[in-house]
Design a protein around this ligand. Structure first.
Ligand code: DX5
Ligand code: ZN
Length: 228
């Protein structure tokens, strides 16, 4: 089955005073998902945004998929509000969920596609019993909390092991990678088996947002072509 490679610009590195316009430029450059990083100052050492910002963005951008990455404690308490605000996909951290199976069903019950995330120090084996429930698995390739960090190469092994496991069990979840994805790393993550590519700093950090997105997507696609 041909993989669909998609770029998910992470608005964490956008200009928050100009959020919708920045996000639109990234989508014009070829981004097909908008990755929204929600941080609570507890699960991760940073604070970003909540449901009102997602609702405003949704008004400004009615059609895009919003891939909402919850880096928060007690995600169950906030899933209904993010779903109401316009999230399309919702990701929760395995490390933040005491009852992960229940939380994934809660996301689905609110009409969103459930995804699960693991931190760099979390092995993929902890996901064995939820792989059938999830729409996507996000492998963090930095410790979450900040944009612009250095890519952790050990995540490549985890991505390829997950891709093998998916094949072995005949499952359909998609594999996403988040953190330090840029022109110098995007080929490696695609070759390892990831297809949803989150990029914050590499899209919004400097230069032309549209052009940055376009080049990243092109680099990702040429890595698949070389791989096939
Ligand atoms: C990190 C966030 C990422 C972040 C990635 O905690 O989950 O989505 O924005 O940023 P870059 O691409 O700059 O590493
Ligand atoms: Zn993220």
């Amino acid at each position: 089955m041909a993989r669909k490679i998609e770029l998910a610009p992470s608005i964490l590195s956008a200009n928050f005073a100009n959020l919708a316009a920045d996000a639109k430029l990234a989508l014009e450059g070829g981004g097909t998902l908008l990755h929204v990083d929600v941080m609570d100052g507890h699960f991760v050492p940073n604070i970003t945004l909540g449901p009102p910002v997602v609702a405003s963005l949704r008004k400004a951008i009615p059609d895009a998929i919003f891939d909402v990455h919850l880096m928060i404690e007690n995600p169950d308490e906030f899933i209904p509000a993010f779903a109401d605000a316009g999230a399309t996909w919702i990701l929760v951290h395995q490390e933040a969920c005491r009852h992960l199976d229940r939380t994934l069903h809660l996301i689905e019950d609110h009409g969103c596609k459930p995804g699960v995330v693991i931190n760099p120090a979390t092995p993929i084996g902890v996901l064995d019993d939820v792989l059938e429930l999830v729409h996507h698995v996000l492998v963090m390739s930095v410790n979450p909390g900040f944009g612009g960090q250095k890519f952790i190469r050990n995540s490549l092994k985890k991505i390829s092991a997950l891709a093998r496991e998916r094949e072995r069990r005949g499952l359909n979840f998609r594999i996403e990678v988040d953190g330090g994805v840029a022109l110098d790393t995007i080929g490696d993550v695609v070759r390892a088996g990831a297809e949803l590519l989150v990029a914050g700093n590499a899209v919004f950090g400097k230069g032309d947002i549209r052009e940055n997105a376009r080049k990243l997507l092109q680099a990702a696609r040429s890595a698949t072509a070389a791989h096939a």
